[in-house]
Design a protein around this ligand. Structure first.
Ligand SMILES: C[S@@+](CC[C@H](N)C(=O)[O-])C[C@H]1O[C@@H](n2cnc3c(N)ncnc32)[C@H](O)[C@@H]1O
Length: 226
């Protein structure tokens, strides 16, 4: 039978080994703290949480086709919609932060939307279109056309008055009063609209709309939390 012989430690080595052990434990604790902080930033800060406006209306997005997340950024809404069971197409000029999302139902398109005729999609291609914190006015008619019959548009971005709170202050990136209503009137059925100052995720003035293209059943009860 094999005889276990512990490795001999000389008395003069004990203090050195204890120091090494202490140092290794400290480094381990520091690594754990750094990982925890990274995870908190990725998963729990208000910026990575889905917009409450999208959360409120997401149950109205039909599931007959994919949802387009325009200027998707880090993909907080892409992930939210995937988690809800939808297929998602995410588009941004910088798709590097979307690469972390691994899901067979996700397609990513790297496109500079401000280059004329760069829009890569067909009319009526999407059951839902989400735009948050992004504004490029020439895209408005293109976005409306890309929505399929019965599809839902959820749009939320900064509005005039935001200058008091911080960036953006450039009028090119601030919606004028009622602008999202003008965008949709005559094309979509407006379900919800707000032009408000908010505190979260940071103090800002925002405008937001939820509108559908020809709701198939106008009397259907909307399953939203109010
Ligand atoms: C403030 S972030 C919003 C991200 C995301 N919608 C959200 O709310 O979390 C703006 C996004 O617009 C994208 N963007 C800016 N200009 C763009 C352009 N010309 N074409 C495509 N994407 C653009 C940026 O890369 C960035 O990801």
């Amino acid at each position: 039978m094999h005889e276990f012989k512990p490795h001999a430690i000389l008395p003069e080595q004990i203090e050195g080994l204890a120091q090494e052990l202490l140092q290794a434990s400290k480094e381990c604790l520091l690594n754990i703290a750094a990982s925890k902080s990274r995870m908190e930033k990725q998963n729990f800060t208000p910026y990575v949480r889905a917009s409450p406006w999208l959360q409120r209306y997401s149950s109205l997005i039909p599931n007959f086709g994919p949802i387009l997340d325009i200027a998707a950024g880090s993909g907080r809404h892409t992930q939210y919609l995937l988690d809800k069971g939808h297929s998602v197409v995410s588009i941004d000029k910088d798709v590097s932060r979307l690469a972390r999302i691994r899901d067979a139902r996700l397609s990513i398109a790297q496109v500079n939307l401000e280059v004329p005729r760069s829009w890569p999609f067909k009319s009526g291609a999407f059951a839902g279109i989400i735009v948050t914190n992004y504004l490029h006015r020439p895209l408005f008619p293109i976005i409306i056309k890309a929505l399929a019959a019965g599809g839902l548009l959820v749009y939320e971005t900064f509005a005039q008055g935001n200058e008091k709170f911080g960036k953006p202050t450039n009028p090119d990136y601030l919606l004028e009063p009622g602008e999202l209503i003008q965008l949709t009137t005559g094309h979509l059925h407006i379900i919800g609209y707000e032009d408000v100052a908010v505190d979260q995720p940071k103090p800002a003035r925002i405008q937001r709309i939820c509108a559908s293209r020809h709701p198939p059943d106008r009397n259907k009860r909307l399953p939203i939390n109010t």
